[in-house]
Ligand binder design. Structure first.
Ligand SMILES: [Zn+2]
Length: 193
């Protein structure tokens, strides 16, 4: 029988091959913060409770994380954009401070005030866009998981995960609709709840 870690690596490699990407590295995380995908190192981190999940749930979780691995370029682009944005936000007042003639009081207070105004103006929009983007990426990873596991299996696994508080209602509802459409398409007699 395969060791749990080898089993996980085997599943990840299989899912990555189906989705046409290089298999991400699998790393056992010491913390119990749940599975996650790190685009910087193209790495899926799996904690002990995840390893102990029943097979259908483990498959769903890994398929979802491999789904995130297909988003690596977009995730890295988002990360770079955020870093440039933050750098520009900090650099502007710093340049003003360095170039501003006169007393230190004005050289500090005016760039400082400008920085505070810019943060106050830009942060809500940035936050809203980040949340929206994160939701879209989660739904995309769920769609890939449904492709890999099958919509019904993915939906049933997500229902269990939702009861454990690991998946929100929106994602579950989208998967429910996906499952219904998939079964409609196959003209299955059974229906999704
Ligand atoms: Zn996710």
């Amino acid at each position: 029988m395969e060791a749990p870690q080898q089993h996980v690596m085997h599943l990840v490699a299989g899912y990555a091959a189906i989705l046409g990407i290089a298999p991400p590295i699998v790393r056992l995380a010491a913390s119990h913060s749940g599975p996650c995908y790190d685009p910087l190192f193209n790495r899926i981190e799996v904690d002990a409770p995840t390893l102990a999940l029943p097979q259908p749930l483990l498959c769903l979780v890994l398929a979802h994380e491999v789904g995130h691995a297909t988003q690596r370029t977009a995730l890295l682009f988002d990360l770079t954009k955020t870093m440039f944005g933050v750098t520009a936000l900090i650099a502007g007042p710093c340049i003003m401070f360095a170039a501003w003639p006169g007393e230190d009081l004005w050289r500090i207070s005016i760039p400082g005030a400008l920085f505070a105004i810019l943060v106050a103006l830009l942060f809500p929009t940035w936050r809203a866009r980040t949340v929206q983007r994160a939701k879209a990426l989660e739904l995309d990873a769920d769609a890939k998981a449904a492709t890999l596991c099958g919509a019904r299996i993915a939906f049933e696994a997500m229902e269990i995960m939702a009861k454990r508080g690991r998946i929100d209602a929106t994602r579950l509802n989208v998967m429910r609709e996906r499952c219904a459409h998939a079964e409609d398409a196959k003209e299955a007699k059974s229906t999704c709840r």
